[in-house]
Design a protein around this ligand. Structure first.
Ligand SMILES: Cc1cc2nc3c(=O)[nH]c(=O)nc-3n(C[C@H](O)[C@H](O)[C@H](O)COP(=O)(O)O)c2cc1C
Length: 338
């Protein structure tokens, strides 16, 4: 087992050095879930926790960072949504608070944001949904990439992790690349590391840990769900695009279909203009994640979850989840090196 553990350490070394942690496993930022408690628990257990700033104001983000620092001395990062109207102020907070890693999510980041972070010596991590974008980000000077397949929970792209890994990993050697989406076990982490990943990012697996403040109803929905219960937000008509989000199917999913049908019918009868219908569709899910995570309304809220949700079967401590993943990873290597 010692040889296998050393091999795993070696496979993770690039990611460990980049993040400054014991294990190259990021706890993917999850809005309303990845706050001080979960983030510090992941970092204290040797992984890399990331605060989800979501729609937080700069003051709230500062308070969250300071509160997290009180719970851990280990490194952690901050995830910023590029569409946030105060993105540059949030960056200032990260600089003031001496955050060393920032993940820019939610679309192609503006180069001004990347430059502002890099000028202050902050390492910038961005999502690359295709090889051309990976190459573009590399040119702009980002320090690491996350490639996330459509198996993931939350906002997703159209391509699976297994295809993105083949499309991007062989062609990006200059900077560390972390793989996300659908990872629930350590054997899979090993397989991506062996293909050249610097580490992996998991979200769904961490939602139900003891330290997570997600509402007990939200956790229960995870523990009762199987992979096929997670669906991509349905779109009924190409004229009215829907932002693809993977979540556990519930009443809200059905209501969203009925709502779109009604709006489309109104547009077709020329009782509503298409722009108004599109806006209404976009607003349907506003506040829905908070409703589910914080209020525990799992019928009317959005239970964002990835396909690995079937592997979440009980409430464990963060440390137990990480140890389980590492044990599975080491065992899978042991069976080959012994
Ligand atoms: C409830 C939930 C909320 C999420 N919120 C965010 C977010 O605010 N920012 C972000 O970059 N990714 C977000 N994600 C994606 C995660 O950071 C992570 O990349 C993803 O969960 C990894 O895939 P997995 O769910 O298959 O493990 C969210 C995922 C979930 C399940």
């Amino acid at each position: 087992m010692e040889v296998a553990a050393k091999r795993l350490d070696h496979l993770m070394s690039r990611g460990q050095d980049f993040l400054g942690v014991r294990y190259a496993i990021l706890g993917g930022a999850m809005t309303w879930v990845s706050e001080r408690n979960l983030v510090s628990a992941i970092s204290n257990a040797g992984g890399f926790g990331v605060i989800a700033s979501g729609a937080m104001s700069p003051d709230l983000l500062r308070a969250e960072i300071q509160a997290t620092k009180k719970l851990t001395t280990a490194p952690f990062g901050v995830n910023l949504i590029t569409l946030h109207p105060q993105l540059m102020d949030l960056i200032d907070v990260c600089v003031d608070e001496k955050i060393e890693h920032v993940v820019l999510a939610g679309g192609l980041p503006p180069s001004t944001a990347i430059t502002a972070l890099k000028d202050q010596g902050i390492k910038v991590i961005c999502f690359a949904p295709a090889l051309v974008i990976a190459k573009k980000l590399l040119k702009i000077g980002v320090d690491a990439l996350v490639i996330e397949g459509m198996e993931a929970g939350g906002h997703i792209g159209p391509v699976s992790t297994s295809v993105l890994v083949q499309e991007i990993l062989p062609h990006v050697k200059e900077i560390p690349v972390f793989v996300a989406g659908g990872i629930g076990r350590g054997e899979t982490i090993v397989s991506y590391l062996e293909l050249g990943a610097a580490g992996c990012q998991l979200g769904t697996r961490f939602v139900c840990v003891k330290e997570s403040i997600a509402h007990p109803h939200f956790k229960k929905a995870f523990m009762n769900a199987q992979a096929r219960d997670t669906v991509i937000s349905p779109q009924l008509d190409a004229r009215f695009p829907v932002i693809p989000v993977r979540a556990i199917s519930n009443q809200a999913t059905q209501a969203f279909v009925a709502y779109q049908k009604e709006l489309i019918a109104q547009v077709d009868r020329e009782e509503m203009n298409p722009k108004e219908a599109q806006l209404k569709i976009e607003h349907f899910w506003a506040g829905a994640l908070k409703k589910a995570v914080v209020d525990g309304d799992i019928e009317n809220g959005s239970i964002m979850a990835g396909q690995s949700v079937g592997m979440v079967t009980q409430e464990q401590s963060t440390q137990e989840v990480l140890e389980e993943l590492l044990h599975q990873a080491t065992l899978s290597l042991f069976s080959r090196v012994s």
